[in-house]
Design a protein around this ligand. Structure first.
Ligand SMILES: [Zn+2]
Length: 291
């Protein structure tokens, strides 16, 4: 494989539940599922390797698939966590991380000077972007606590509250957000802040745990008198800078309208699947939002 193959395009751009249903039953996804089942069926051990091409590394590699991060056994064999595995031996990024870095590589202009904001800073994705695209203005942040002002740096880590980000209007070309919005008490406010900070035509790429079987988003928790109030049994996700982040929202299909009503001109869900680039797991979903 040559690196000129490294243009990764979505297999579908989805705007509603019916289009998602069509994708789910499409030949492309059936083909990917058959490939995945063959791999699982042919492996006796709890780990195996898949030959492919790592776009961030720009070279052929053997992606590692093992039982870590919630792989589970079934009567037919074991099922890996495809999204969190398929780890490249060189850059150590998994399926999800390689996909978003590939899309960043495709987004950034060959001309220097793009401003890109990642809602993460102590992660392999941020490190890769900073080390690879020194000619661009790369900004990352973490949420460090309610006591801090947006934009301040604590031990080299920048703090931002996404409901009140410290960027000027139209300062950013791109925003990258990986599994952040479900932890924000008022996601509409945060979407509006992102739209405000982007230039016209600027793009936000976002992943969230998406509940494709729900039309309406479910509020699991809210802020009451300055403290989180749990309306449903609490769910926490691990986080590089704190013991666990509470989930406030389970997003359903209404999130696309929520994004558009917050100041974006368009929002759709791009589905990616590629045997050659090690993007398995029945279609990886990336929300693509244009200011
Ligand atoms: Zn790699």
């Amino acid at each position: 494989m040559k690196s000129k193959l490294s243009e990764l395009k979505p297999i579908a751009s989805i705007r509603n539940r019916n289009e998602f249903h069509c994708l789910w039953h499409s030949d492309k996804l059936k083909q990917i599922r058959t490939f995945e089942n063959k791999l699982i069926g042919s492996s006796e051990a709890d780990k195996f390797f898949i030959e492919g091409f790592c776009v961030p590394c720009d070279q052929p590699v053997s992606f590692l698939v093992d039982m870590q991060v919630g792989g589970r056994k079934t009567e037919k064999g074991w099922v890996p966590n495809w999204r969190e595995r398929l780890e490249c031996p060189v850059c150590k990024m998994n399926n999800r991380q390689r996909l978003i870095t590939t899309l960043i590589k495709q987004l950034l202009s060959p001309e220097p000077g793009n401003t890109i904001y990642l809602m993460e800073q102590v992660t392999p994705t941020y490190n890769w972007v900073v080390n690879t695209f020194g000619e661009h203005n790369i900004i990352g942040s973490e949420y460090l606590g309610p006591e801090y002002e947006g934009g301040i740096c604590i031990n080299g880590v920048r703090h931002e509250n996404i409901e009140k980000i410290s960027f000027d209007n139209a300062e950013l070309d791109f925003i990258i957000s990986n599994d952040v919005f479900e932890h924000i008490p008022n996601p509409s406010t945060a979407f509006a802040e992102c739209a405000r900070s982007l230039k016209k035509g600027g793009i936000m790429l976002m992943t969230i745990p998406f509940h494709s079987g729900s039309d309406k988003s479910v509020i699991r928790a809210r802020i009451n008198n300055g403290k989180p109030e749990k309306l449903l049994p609490p769910v926490y996700h691990s986080n590089p800078v704190s013991p666990g982040s509470l989930v406030f929202t389970d997003f359903g299909w209404d999130v696309l309208n929520m994004i558009k009503e917050s100041g974006f001109s368009d929002a759709c869900i791009d589905a990616y699947a590629s045997e050659a680039f090690g993007h398995l797991g029945g279609g990886q979903l990336i929300f693509s939002c244009v200011k």
